[in-house]
Design a protein around this ligand. Structure first.
Ligand SMILES: O=C(CO)COP(=O)(O)O
Length: 249
């Protein structure tokens, strides 16, 4: 049985004043059935870890370097993230693919480094609007799956987030049928590559304009095991109802 995961991606938002949002979530959802992960900026990880020592909240980072250490000014290794309090790292987010020219092979080597260090990885993938309109979505996702995911994964260590680029921060959400089609396709490809036992343990998140108002409908989809939430994860008043919808699904 896969444990549901409500994952928040704070992106480049948040200073120490916002730690109270994590504190409030930890208090309000101490008994949550779902796992709750918040990927803060690296600068907040250590202080946020004070609120996540007990209870269902785990912390994550939003990127890591593919090497363990060395002369890489401005970069952060997986081991450093663990040291600061992270147990997850989000990799291959479309914003990093666009802003930092990250490609599938970069995501794959970062994922290898993260897994080796002991982080769990959330690998993101998704299509552009033109690709969706040209009916190429499954080809794009199939390519990203094959290229971004390393061989040595398990249901414990790998989470995949399907985030259509055109749905991120736009208020637009794919139809339930579209979400279902992509998630079923990802599960099938994982089964073909890793075998049914591993594939059935890997959690598949939907991401892109998830809000309290649409969460329950999305969580009712069979192969949706949770969400990767951007804007609505910044305030506990928004993220809380999403966690409750996931617990109830
Ligand atoms: O990119 C996302 C999460 O990684 C989704 O962001 P929004 O929830 O703000 O659309």
């Amino acid at each position: 049985m896969r444990r549901k995961l409500a994952a928040g991606n704070w992106k480049m938002n948040g200073t120490s004043a916002d730690l109270e949002q994590i504190e409030a979530l930890a208090e309000a959802h101490a008994g949550a059935l779902s796992e709750i992960m918040i990927a803060t900026p690296d600068t907040l990880l250590h202080r946020a870890s004070a609120f996540t020592k007990t209870g269902p909240i785990t912390l994550g980072a939003q990127n890591c370097h593919h090497r363990e250490s060395g002369a890489h000014t401005g970069d952060v290794s997986a081991e450093m993230l663990i040291d600061a309090g992270a147990s997850y790292v989000i990799l291959g987010h479309s914003e990093r693919r666009a802003d930092h020219d990250e490609h599938d092979e970069d995501v794959r080597s970062k994922a290898r480094a993260a897994l080796k260090a002991g982080l769990r990885v959330i690998i993101c993938m998704g299509e552009e609007l033109e690709e969706r309109e040209a009916d190429n979505t499954l080809d794009i996702i199939g390519g990203q799956l094959a290229g971004s995911i390393p061989d040595d994964v398990s249901g414990e260590t790998l989470v995949i987030a399907y985030e259509p680029i055109w749905a991120i921060g736009t208020g637009k959400v794919p139809s339930i049928a579209q979400i279902s089609e992509v998630h079923d396709f990802i599960r099938l490809r994982l089964e073909q590559r890793f075998g049914p036992q591993i594939a059935r343990g890997i959690r598949l998140l939907y991401g892109g304009s998830v809000k309290p108002a649409n969460a329950a409908e999305i969580f009712a989809v069979q192969n949706v095991d949770g969400a990767l939430v951007g804007g609505a994860s910044l305030k506990s008043a928004d993220f809380g109802p999403i966690i409750e919808a996931l617990d109830a699904s």
